[in-house]
Design a protein around this ligand. Structure first.
Ligand code: ADQ
Length: 739
């Protein structure tokens, strides 16, 4: 096995079947289109296929294990007992999810025992997939038997990339909610980075179900669901077939059957090919044939309907009942219409290898594909691919996903027996030109979108979704995320300006108590080392004070409301402050003279701060007013903060100007073309920076007081929310968000 595979495919069954002959086990490779499309990718990228081997673990053990085939692809069998298979597979998968997701609500069994087995078995699949993979491996989970696997993979190994594809329909909310565990299933799927469906309608149903059933747990827009702090992409990827293979089996044009219109007396062939399943509408289809013969006596003796039916899920009782029903209907109709040399229905209850099946497709004048509900239906596409002379007519059910793409087919409601009979009549009497025009349009479409394109497209989307999911991780607010992330991703570098008090730490009674939490310090240390992230701490505090409090090397510090800046390659003192020194000293002396109890005077080089936090509340306003008068008397500028009033040189310089100064010094005058500037602050002095950056940067105001208006672009609740955003920035995810 490759040391760390890039891709692990997880499906209910491994892509081969194992049969028991006495004590011996025999392996038969599956020949399906999905296997044909996935194996080359797995071979190329190095890959593992995880699934059930098709026989119980006891059988495997008694045969002395199993030598699984392989090459560059490794196969890992998930061990399951016979009892588990009957509960999880025959039970919850095929008696609960399958009928419900195909809108057979009345046939849905609700059984807690099978649900618990399903959960346990899904967990086992996840465990095997995790063991077979490494960090960053993409684990691609398939289908309705494994809806909970993404959840368990995420729980066991959060560093894996996960994609999920559902091969059957996804129902509308009112249907899904019948299931007591519907929420668990949605959560299970939402643990993936990408959730894929055949057609947009199923993706829409899924989004609606997530919204209705999970409520405030999710938030979605444009096919992106925000769930548990991650972004999950929900998309449609219509599956297709191996067209080249079918065409090769169908033979080269001009060979075999002659053009059907050559002989008007010829018996026209109608073909149905299905797994035996009540969703495929075989019984209704037979009634359509009967209705045609009832209404149009001219077709008696002139048509032959061949129904190929491969038995499936024989352990599920509904399938045996259905088999008997179909047998009876075929017998009854043949009994009614057969003549000594003609019977209307030829019924083959068996599987047929592709080498025989494809020539049958090619020969058939009409394919009658009328499922009552079908995720996609590959038979319709296979029939089209085999029409090398563009001869045949496809009748397809509007309940099949395939109808979405195959619009030039005759589309019918399979429940409407009259409509099926009418479509058959129309197909049988369709003029050549119309028939060829329809079929050539269908063939063009199927040929350009084959299963290889499907695998490529899905894997590309899965990679992009994984990057996106990680980029969106831990971002605190949807509003901020949606508008900020794409904006940040537009330039290579982010310059992040962080105020200290009230932004990185909560406001406390004494300024010296405003210490960074350990988590914030560690995140700042990480941020200092993050490539393309330039972190600047901005404060009204004195330079050495703020440097000591933060104490993280490698950061830039803008102190004293911008009058002093110190950082890698940057050391700045505003030249104009020295002539205000006398005024500042005189103001400080006057403030002492005020004698207000609890007030604190702080000399900070080119500014003076008057702290009133510890002044009795009823006296605070008056204290601030008196301090303001003092500063004004000495012709100093006044800045009011939270419980602090600063006197500073009367120079047009503030936090905003200082921020611009740092940006220009560090990145050049044309910084906006290279850098995204983001400022986060909480105080009135930060409003200067918010104003300066309007239009050329973005700003976030911390605190949710609706009374206080702000010039900032966004708001965050508190320093905890700032920490979350900081963590996301420190992870470098803003660079990945470009994808
Ligand atoms: P299925 O329900 O199995 O698949 P379908 O898409 O029609 O349905 O695929 C059936 C396949 O089996 C075809 O490749 C067909 O050729 C083959 N087949 C059917 N009867 C056969 C017979 N008697 N002998 C030999 N071969 C036979 C599920 C979903 C579909 C979805 C597929 C793929 O139910 O809606 O299209 O997965 O995603």
């Amino acid at each position: 096995m490759a040391q760390s595979p890039e891709l692990v495919v997880v499906s209910n069954r491994l892509p081969f079947s194992i049969e028991r002959h006495g004590d011996k086990l025999q392996i038969q490779r599956s020949a399906g289109g999905l296997v044909a499309a996935l194996e080359p990718v797995l071979n190329q990228r190095g890959g593992v296929w995880v699934g059930w081997a098709g026989v119980s673990q006891q059988a495997l053990d008694s045969a002395g294990g199993l030598n699984l085939p392989g090459g560059a692809v490794t196969y890992r069998a998930v061990p399951l007992s016979g009892h588990e298979v009957s509960l999880y597979y025959a039970g919850f998968s095929n008696r609960t999810i399958w009928p419900l997701f195909h809108y057979f609500v009345g046939d849905t069994t609700i059984d807690g025992g099978t649900w618990r087995a399903y959960e346990q078995v899904n967990e086992r699949f996840a465990q095997v997939a995790v063991n077979a993979s490494a960090k960053d491996t993409l684990i691609w989970v398939h289908d309705y038997q494994l809806l909970r696997v993404p959840h368990h993979v995420r729980r066991l190994a959060p560093d894996r990339r996960i994609a999920f594809f559902l091969h059957i329909p996804f129902p509308a909310p009112d249907v899904l909610r019948v299931l007591p565990w519907s929420r668990n299933l949605i959560r299970g799927m939402l643990a993936a980075d990408l959730v894929g469906f055949h057609i947009p309608a199923y993706a829409e149903h899924f989004l609606l179900c997530a919204e209705r059933l999970l409520g405030s747990e999710v938030d979605h827009a444009n096919g992106i669901v925000r769930f548990e702090g991650r972004e999950v992409s929900v998309q449609s990827h219509p599956i297709s077939i191996d067209v080249a293979h079918i065409e090769a089996l169908a033979g080269s044009p001009g060979r075999e059957p002659g053009a059907p219109e050559d002989d008007p007396e010829r018996v026209r062939e109608i073909l149905g090919v299905d797994r035996l399943d009540y969703t495929k509408g075989v019984n209704e289809r037979l009634l359509g044939i009967e209705r045609l013969l009832d209404r149009h006596a001219e077709y008696r003796g002139r048509i032959l309907f061949t129904q190929l039916l491969v038995p499936s899920r024989e352990r599920v009782p509904e399938y045996n009942r259905l088999k008997r029903e179909i047998d009876e209907t075929v017998g009854r109709i043949n009994g009614r219409f057969s003549a000594p040399d003609w019977s209307p229905i030829r019924y083959l209850a068996r599987t047929m290898p592709p080498e025989e099946l494809v020539p049958l497709y090619r020969k058939a004048d009409i394919a009658l594909v009328t499922p009552l509900r079908d995720g996609m239906n590959l038979v319709a596409k296979e029939y089209v691919a085999a029409q090398l002379e563009n001869n045949g007519v496809l009748i397809v059910s509007e309940m099949a996903g395939a109808a979405e793409e195959l619009q030039e087919a005759l589309i019918v409601n399979p429940f409407d027996i009259d409509a099926v009979a009418d479509a058959l009549d129309r197909a049988l009497s369709m003029p050549d030109d119309e028939r060829r025009a329809r079929m050539s349009a269908l063939r063009d479409r199927v040929r350009t979108r084959d299963v290889h394109a499907w695998v490529r497209g899905f894997l590309e989307s899965a990679e992009a979704a994984a990057v996106r999911a990680r980029a969106g991780e831990r971002l605190p607010s949807d509003h901020v995320r949606r508008r900020l992330v794409p904006w940040l991703a537009q330039r290579p570098t982010v310059a992040l300006f962080l105020d200290y008090d009230g932004t990185l730490t909560p406001i406390v009674a004494r300024p010296e108590d405003a210490q960074l939490s350990e988590a914030t310090r560690q995140t700042l240390e990480q941020a200092a080392k993050t490539p393309n992230l330039d972190v600047v701490i901005v404060s009204g505090r004195a330079l050495d004070d703020i440097q000591t409090l933060v104490g993280v090397p490698g950061l830039t510090y803008v102190a004293n409301h911008g009058f002093e800046t110190e950082g890698p390659g940057l050391s700045f003192r505003h030249a104009g402050t020295s002539r205000f020194l006398d005024a500042l000293n005189a103001a400080a002396a006057d403030l002492i003279g005020l004698g207000i109890e609890g007030a604190l005077i702080e000399r900070k080089g080119p500014t003076v701060a008057y702290h009133v936090r510890n002044v009795a509340e009823e006296l605070r306003e008056d204290a601030e007013r008196q301090a303001e008068q003092v500063f004004k008397k000495h012709r100093l500028y006044v800045t009011k903060g939270k419980c602090v009033i600063d006197g500073r040189p009367a120079i047009a310089w503030d936090k905003g100007q200082a921020v611009l100064h740092v940006l220009v010094q560090r990145h050049g005058a044309d910084w906006p073309s290279k850098v995204r500037a983001l400022y986060i602050g909480d105080d009135t002095t930060d409003e200067d920076a918010f104003r300066t950056l309007r239009g050329i940067g973005r700003s976030i105001c911390v605190g949710h007081s609706p009374q206080t208006s702000t010039l900032a672009d966004f708001r965050l609740a508190d320093p905890e929310a700032v920490l979350q955003l900081l963590r996301w920035l420190a992870s470098g995810a803003f660079a990945e968000a470009k994808a």
